[in-house]
Write a protein that binds this ligand. Structure first.
Ligand code: ZN
Length: 271
């Protein structure tokens, strides 16, 4: 499943295609949303907000289209009328005068006003978004100490969208490696230095992935690996997907285990 950085980059592409543009029509596949097609088409898209893995396409009229891609949803942009050839079913489309944005296969779609966004069962439970520039390490250190989070194993806590929104499976492994913490540790077991390291890694690794198109590995190392002919998938991660390969820092073989989902870590660097 795409994680926060991939969703935000998709939102950037959609914004570039459709923002503030005169609209020709809006389409929903679901009968319950058809009544919103005309009012949204008479408006324009003012902003595409991401909250973790959810997206809010805000229109000037005050309504927003909520979408969550889950495993299957895919966004496309295209020139007006040039619908991509795909066997996927179109669920939501905004047809602009210069571009179309099209959401395929997603089923979790709704139209919400500001109050409904505040009360939304999924959105209202989300923790702060790792890509929100206002979120800082101090706030995350504070959250690590909260009763609802402190007993949890870090491997589980980092997948909990109520703790920090936008983290997913590859980010979990990469953040714990950057923080030099074993996935079996609990938040309560961390000393102040370790809490700081984890909070900074949550923010730094997620933001690095967003800015560098999915690279969470040390950037200088990733550049060296690229020069040596390494493929994108082989150079992008420090530990994720690298089971049995040597750690770039200490050369110990990377371990893999199932903790809700597959997780990777270095037994020497991560204590
Ligand atoms: Zn190591």
């Amino acid at each position: 499943m795409p994680e926060g950085p991939e969703i935000r980059r998709a939102a950037d592409r959609l914004e570039k295609a459709i923002l503030h543009q005169r609209l020709l029509s809006v389409h929903f596949a679901f009968e319950r949303l058809k009544r919103f097609e005309a009012p949204l088409a008479a408006s324009t898209v003012s902003r595409i907000e991401t909250r973790g893995k959810a997206m809010l396409t805000h229109f000037d009229c005050g309504l927003a289209v909520y979408s969550h891609n889950q495993l299957y949803g895919r966004w496309h942009t295209s020139k007006p009328g040039q619908t991509p050839r795909t066997s996927r079913s179109l669920r939501f489309a905004v047809h602009g005068s210069r571009a179309d944005i099209l959401l395929y296969s997603a089923s979790d779609i709704d139209v919400l006003d500001a109050d409904q966004i505040d009360r939304h069962p999924f959105l209202s439970k989300l923790g702060p978004d790792a890509l929100n520039a206002d979120l800082n390490a101090t706030e995350l250190v504070h959250r690590l100490g909260e009763a609802r989070f402190r007993r949890r194993r870090l491997a589980a806590l980092l997948l909990d969208q109520g703790f920090v929104a936008g983290l997913g499976n590859y980010l979990r492994s990469e953040i714990l490696h950057a923080a030099a913490l074993a996935p079996t540790r609990s938040a309560a077991s961390l000393c102040e230095t370790e809490r700081q390291a984890l909070a900074h890694a949550c923010l730094d690794i997620t933001r690095r992935s967003y800015r560098h198109a999915g690279i969470t590995n040390d950037l200088a190392l990733a550049r060296t690996l690229k020069s040596a002919g390494s493929s994108f998938e082989k150079r992008r991660f420090a530990v994720f997907g690298r089971d049995s390969l040597p750690c770039y820092q200490c050369h110990a073989p990377i371990l893999k285990a199932e903790m809700a989902r597959r997780i990777y870590w270095c037994p020497d660097c991560q204590r």
